[in-house]
Ligand binder design. Sequence first.
Ligand SMILES: Nc1ncnc2c1ncn2[C@@H]1O[C@H](COP(=O)(O)OP(=O)(O)OP(=O)(O)O)[C@@H](O)[C@H]1O
Length: 317
Amino acid sequence: MHHAIQAERLVKTYGKVRALDGLSFEVPTGTIFGLLGPNGAGKSTAVRILTTLSRPDDGTATVAGLDVMRSQDQVRLAIGCVTQKISVDPATTGRENLVLHGALYGLPRRDLRRRTDELLARFGLAEAADRPARTYSGGMQRKLDVAMGLIHRPRVLFLDEPTTGLDPEARAALWAEIAGLAADEGLTILLTTHYLEEADRLAATLAIVDRGRVVAAGSPDALKNELRGDAIVADLAGTESLAEAERALGRVPGAREVTVSGRRLRARVDDGAAAVPLVLAALDAAGVRVGAITVARPSLDDVYLRHTGRTFEEEAA
Ligand SMILES: Nc1ncnc2c1ncn2[C@@H]1O[C@H](COP(=O)(O)OP(=O)(O)OP(=O)(O)O)[C@@H](O)[C@H]1O
């Protein structure tokens, strides 16, 4: 199976609100996919349809090769869902939370015990396993939540805004766990997020959703590369003529939009990393000494702006 998730022209309306307006995307098996968009873009609606909790008005979708409308029960066994609402019972220990959740899937006792130990170890919760979950930090509770979603060994895991509300350290720790799950266990993961950095770090491919449609899709790098051009910034160390430095930079093949401010030179180039040695050589040949040189790649925020006409940060606010 090449694609673990396929959504085709999904439409869902709530009264006059067109929550999904022909949403299509696909997720290669064993990869992490990010569904990125501001509040109200339609991410949760899409996830509800893919996890069989809601039916589309139009369009089709398959998950793990199964039609989400025709094979609901099989889809439910093939997927794990971690929603924004924590499903951990705070009065119960981490281990018991896992066991109770596994019992819902009818896992045999021995297998369930083995799987529970495996997941507690995997998420670094073995030592805390027999403490009530209410004594856990927010990050630990979220890990337990993800572990519960994996108890029945699903092939596809849905994570709805997994790191919302976590502090930066706990967020980074959970990112590492999520990345490891796809890499080690061949799990396909769909995560929704409104953190650009989260999608950028984790997702092999992503789709930017705007008003119920995918406006751009691809790998974070491919999307950024479409913007054609890194910024290259050189800070001059000496007191050489800026005009000379500017002319030298202008002679580097592919360098454009060359500007000077203070002792700082900027230019746009197609491939920043490849241009650095050329820029340094050109400036050196002109007798210009460089103190520092940096390359800034276009960000996902630039990509979002390009495709929606609005900045992501503005939208989130
Ligand atoms: N049950 C519902 N009844 C009415 N309108 C709804 C319902 N669910 C979603 N909507 C509307 O559909 C649109 C898409 O909502 P959805 O929750 O899918 O967006 P989202 O991208 O997941 O946003 P969030 O990040 O806030 O969850 C919004 O305008 C929302 O108000």
